[in-house]
Design a protein around this ligand. Structure first.
Ligand code: NAP
Ligand code: HSE
Length: 441
């Protein structure tokens, strides 16, 4: 099939998991992509650090360089795909590409969550597009869904499993009994993990993605520093097992919710009822629930990481940008879904004010009166207990695990109660507290 217009030329910054996957998909599906975009889209230049490693992607169509500025400054390049990661020099390269009138597609959620405001302002001034579908949820078109598909709605909340690495680790721990370190190593080998995997396991990567979704859902600026972030490194096999016995699964969740006092923006492990679809999202898969006032709850599911799933989103952005090239910049879909002059300034709700239910596990001396003391402290703090199980003593230290589920209370109430419970001589230090999310419509 002939296309009247000249091909769109793409410059790739990075040819690792995402950049390499993008090149593979662009090459393999070239004809199909051209039929959709109305013209060919070809990657013609790519920057890497190690030319030898990138040799697997060599081809007559592609020139490799170790200098990313050569890509950004190449006047024949129409769209720069940033798939190198990190904040610097990615930020400077993207700003340089924008300044030279190039459109940008990026998979870099850390960059968008931290510098999105500056990047979008520069792009708007220059009349170019910055697309970032691959930054959230890997291959799931969640940005498009929130920004365009749900545009009629007042979004109420979003809750998602948005980090493939941690979901993979938790699944391996639960189903295969694999230990944390081995599961993480495997996730790294499979290309799911960030260059610095502490971003994954400490919840930072999920918070980057949540910040982006929150901004486009509620029309607020990116507020990553205000996000509450907890990872999965403190979870134990016992908690995974006890949660299962109680009818729950533990997942790392990102939650953002509109409340009358502000917007919740939080990432932490949570118990989810096992009967919920999202509780059964395993391996590196991601799933995101979005509640809109008109549509109700919608669920988006798919591969959250990996070469070709992420490339699927990058290439979708390339096609979108190509289709919109001739459109009036003021008529394009705004970067943050809302017109830039109409962003809201809702505050982020302090974590102490957030209300959830809790799973509590404490190790206690197996003697009369201990339970009564614990329940009195909870009652004094205004926290009611939904259920409680005293596990069989498994060790010879005369202590037992007490596991309880509470009804909803504010985080500051549970913090106060736990500091009192942890000071009891009969309770071993460090009560485990995991929030419970029912995620009902
Ligand atoms: P990666 O496999 O480590 O690839 C990074 C690529 O960038 C490599 O080709 C690397 O070259 C190149 N690079 C890095 N710094 C460079 C520099 N200063 N100059 C020239 N080339 C440079 O990383 P990735 O997993 O593809 O991730 C890339 C981005 O996509 C990150 O922002 C990540 O958060 C995001 N992302 C990743 C996934 C995923 O599943 N992996 C999914 C969604 C989004 P060398 O190999 O020669 O060092
Ligand atoms: N490290 C990320 C994850 C890659 O595990 O989800 C996809 O964004």
């Amino acid at each position: 099939m002939k296309h009247a217009m000249k091909p769109i030329r793409v410059g790739l910054l990075g040819l690792g998991t995402v950049g390499g996957g993008t090149l593979t998909v662009l090459r393999r599906n070239a004809a199909e992509i051209a039929r959709r975009a109305g013209r060919e889209i070809c990657a013609t230049r790519a920057a890497v650090r190690d030319l030898q490693k990138a040799g697997v992607h060599a081809g007559d169509d592609l020139t490799l360089t170790t200098d990313p500025h050569e890509v950004v400054n190449d006047p024949t390049i129409d769209i720069v795909v940033e798939a190198m990661g990190g904040e610097h020099p990615a930020l400077e390269l993207i700003l340089a590409a924008i300044a030279s009138g190039k459109h940008v597609v990026t998979a870099n959620k850390a960059l968008i969550a931290n510098h999105g405001t500056a990047i979008f302002a520069a792009a708007q001034k220059q009349g170019v597009m910055v697309a970032f579908e691959a930054a959230v949820g890997g291959g799931i078109p969640i940005i498009k869904a929130i920004r365009e598909g749900l545009t009629a709605n007042r979004i109420e909340w979003i809750a998602g499993i948005i980090n493939g690495t941690t979901n993979f680790i938790l699944t391996q721990m639960r189903d295969k009994g694999q230990d944390f370190a081995d599961a993480l190593k495997l996730a790294q080998e499979l290309g799911y993990a960030e260059a610095d995997p502490t971003f994954d396991v400490e919840g930072v990567d999920a918070a980057h993605k949540l910040t982006i979704m929150s901004a486009i859902a509620f029309g607020i600026p990116m507020q990553f520093p205000a996000a509450h972030i907890e990872g999965i490194t403190h979870l134990t096999g016992e908690d995974v097992r006890y949660a299962g016995q109680l009818g729950y699964r533990i997942k790392l969740l990102g939650i953002t919710r509109r409340t009358p006092s502000g917007i919740e923006l939080r990432v932490h492990p949570a118990l989810i009822p096992a009967r919920r679809l999202i509780a059964n999202v395993d391996g590196s898969m991601n799933a995101i629930l979005v509640k809109g006032d008109a549509v109700g709850v919608t669920l988006y599911y798919g591969a959250g990481a990996g070469a070709e799933p992420t490339a699927s989103s990058v290439v979708a952005d390339l096609v979108d940008v190509t289709r919109m090239l001739t459109s009036d910049p003021h008529s394009r879909v705004p970067h943050l879904a809302f017109q830039p002059e109409n962003l809201a300034q809702d505050p982020i709700l302090p974590m102490g004010e957030v209300r959830t239910s809790y799973y509590l596990r404490m190790r206690a001396r197996d003697e009369a009166g201990v339970l009564a003391e614990v329940t009195r402290i909870l009652a004094d703090a205004g926290i009611s207990i939904e259920s409680m199980v005293q596990q069989e003593p498994g060790q010879a230290d005369g202590k037992v695990d007490i596991v309880m589920l509470t009804h909803q209370c504010a985080e500051k109430q549970i913090n106060h109660a736990l500091s009192r419970i942890e000071s009891l001589p009969a309770i071993a230090a460090g009560v485990m507290r995991i929030r419970v999310e029912h995620l009902a419509g």
